[in-house]
Design a protein around this ligand. Sequence first.
Ligand code: 5AD
Ligand code: SF4
Length: 462
Amino acid sequence: MTQALLTPDAKPSNAEPKKVFVKTYGCQMNVYDSERMGDALTRDGYQTVDSVEAADLVLINTCHIREKAAEKVYSQLGRLAKLKKQRNADGGDLMVAVAGCVAQAEGSEIIRRAPVVDVVIGPQTYHLLPEALAKARRGERVVETDFPAEDKFDGLPVAPEKSIRARGVAAFLTVQEGCDKFCTFCVVPYTRGSEVSRPVDRILLEAERLAAAGVREITLLGQNVNAWHGKGADGREWGLGELLRRLATIDGIDRLRYTTSHPRDMDDALIAAHGDLPELMPYLHLPVQSGSDRILKAMNRRHTGADYRRLVDRIRAARPDIALSGDFIVGFPGETDADFEDTMQLIRDVRYAAAFSFKYSIRPGTPGAGMDNQVDEAVKTERLLRLQELLSQQTREFGQQCVGKTVELLLEKPGRNTDQIVGRSPWLQPVIVDAKLGKIGDIVKVRITQPGTSSLFAEPVE
Ligand code: 5AD
Ligand code: SF4
């Protein structure tokens, strides 16, 4: 069958469109990549569906940051193999593609262990996906996990002008990929490769398209987003601060955010942007991982607890109402009770509005995996509980402090009750208000009345 190789224009008019089901795991970067792959497949004649049963192609976009990620993918592939067998018995077929960081890390091992898979494609080669699927339809098994020199985004369509209903009023835009930091616990430098910045003109083009489609808030994405740099329209070398300034001038883009940042790449221009760019929302995800200098050194974080505290002071001096969130790892090899207490103290000193915390777990191939002073599982569990208790308390306190404040909400989606609508505060909290207050895409002024478990409530202000 050649039908599926054809572009939509060349497809016979009576042909059923092929159907793809995309399942995404992991970070916002994966969500963004899945959308771009979906766009590329739509151009290739596919329609997206929301169940495996309805699909001709299942695309799994995997994440490797969590424990036993690869094993979970293999058991999922086992279930798909059964489904494929059933389809074949009924005279049909099912294609399976594995993308993302597990694809990058495992490569051809995936096809060896799970012959149901037709295509294995790493995050750097998504632009080759339609071509890889075409090869697979001719009976080849395809593994694309090289790190090509060209920008993968050159081959992928920029965000098309989809309706707001399809895309939402708050969108992600990838500006940077990869990481050169080599924290000793982390797989990202191996699965995503070294730091690459997307050029300014491509970013502006995509941001303008998003604005034209009705997007009002853009979150810039990158594994090390604040390492982004590029040649600006003025011929000078820009950092993320300058890029944000330029993006803020786009008509319709009222809110900007970025994630995830490394403390070492917070430069003066970026901190200054937090001080004087009203479009830049007062919320920053700035992982520290540990509060112990000994552990930070073993993690190869290349900053101390004091460096981080100083940095936070400078950011807060520029933007006093900024809310911080962080990532924390407990039980990194060699972590003693005293090291853990240093982390607890750093959290007390900094005060976080939100946080993500994890027990250290071994990632094969990283330096941490070879360290011989691994921490006992029970100790990790106990430390994580204590840490999370402290962080949850800080999140609750932050919610309490918001009560009585007048804030602007970007209305994003209908509420669970039809007479409610959900907006997002500048500090990323979901806030539930009366649906009569406005429509999706409006920015409205409200007063926070009450903190809830995962969202806040607010009333209109005259
Ligand atoms: N063990 C536990 N947590 C990890 N993270 C990354 N690698 C590991 C690991 N091996 C956490 C870090 C990172 C977040 C995305 O995931 O805190 O910032
Ligand atoms: Fe991983 Fe560290 Fe790079 Fe973050 S900075 S992606 S934790 S290596």
